[in-house]
Design a protein around this ligand. Structure first.
Ligand SMILES: CC(C)(COP(=O)(O)OP(=O)(O)OC[C@H]1O[C@@H](n2cnc3c(N)ncnc32)[C@H](O)[C@@H]1OP(=O)(O)O)[C@@H](O)C(=O)NCCC(=O)NCCS
Length: 197
């Protein structure tokens, strides 16, 4: 198993592509915000944190070669090439063919369906290209917009983990959602079960 996509990944309004150091200012614009990071496990970042991730860390990767790796893709508007957010795919286990997705939008671009559109493309990578069997989302139970996004994407709510994480001085509850490959296939346009055939 491996994932070596052809970039950019084009959707109706967006392009998904590897992040570069040229994205530093745009990424800093929203990843430096404590409000954006309120329900994320990592703290808001400064330019040095972001640059390190872009050059040496997980944000520099554009393929998945082995379990445990992550790709972070920039989400840009096709019309203007403006970076509006980023999406993540983690390959958690080779044996279990499992993974996880995540997403962050610049607050200036909320409420237009961009995160949904980008996540749909990442789920296609996960199931159709990497060949995963199961993909999850793990969300702070207070993060209503992210929970709504998982539900909009067709994930099943599986668990509420009480005081599962110690984050910035407090215990936090975590909601887990999951989608199986066969559930994802049923959601695809043209499949008889979704009424679009
Ligand atoms: C989680 C997050 C990405 C969700 O952003 P979002 O803007 O709500 O999600 P989308 O971009 O998919 O937009 C959906 C909204 O746009 C609306 N919308 C408009 N056009 C749409 C379209 N073409 N398709 C889908 N939704 C559309 C939807 O009705 C929905 O509105 P609502 O919230 O009033 O119901 C965002 O809140 C965020 O970045 N949070 C901070 C980081 C974070 O917590 N990430 C998750 C960690 S687990």
């Amino acid at each position: 198993m491996h994932l070596r996509p052809s970039y950019p990944i084009v959707t109706s309004r967006l392009r998904l592509r590897p992040l570069t150091t040229g994205d530093l200012d745009a990424l800093l614009g929203y990843h430096s915000s404590p409000e954006v990071h309120r329900y994320l496990p990592m703290q808001a970042m400064d330019a040095a944190n972001i640059l390190e991730r872009l050059t040496k860390g997980n944000w520099s990767r554009s393929t998945l070669e082995e379990e445990g790796q992550i790709i972070m893709l920039g989400v840009e508007l096709a019309a203007t090439s403006q970076l509006v957010g980023d999406v993540m795919l983690r390959w958690t286990s080779n044996k279990n063919r499992s993974g996880e997705i995540g997403y962050v939008l610049d607050p200036a671009h909320l409420g237009r369906g961009y995160a949904t559109e980008a996540a749909v493309a990442v789920l296609r990578l996960a199931f159709a290209e990497l060949g995963l069997h199961r993909v999850i989302t793990r969300i702070d139970a207070r993060n209503g917009p992210s929970i709504a996004l998982s539900e909009r994407l067709g994930f099943r709510r599986e668990a509420l983990l009480i005081e599962n994480d110690w984050v910035r001085g407090e215990w936090t509850d975590e909601v887990n959602f999951a989608m199986l490959e066969n559930e994802w296939r049923l959601l695809q346009p043209g499949h008889a079960a979704n009424g679009q055939s």
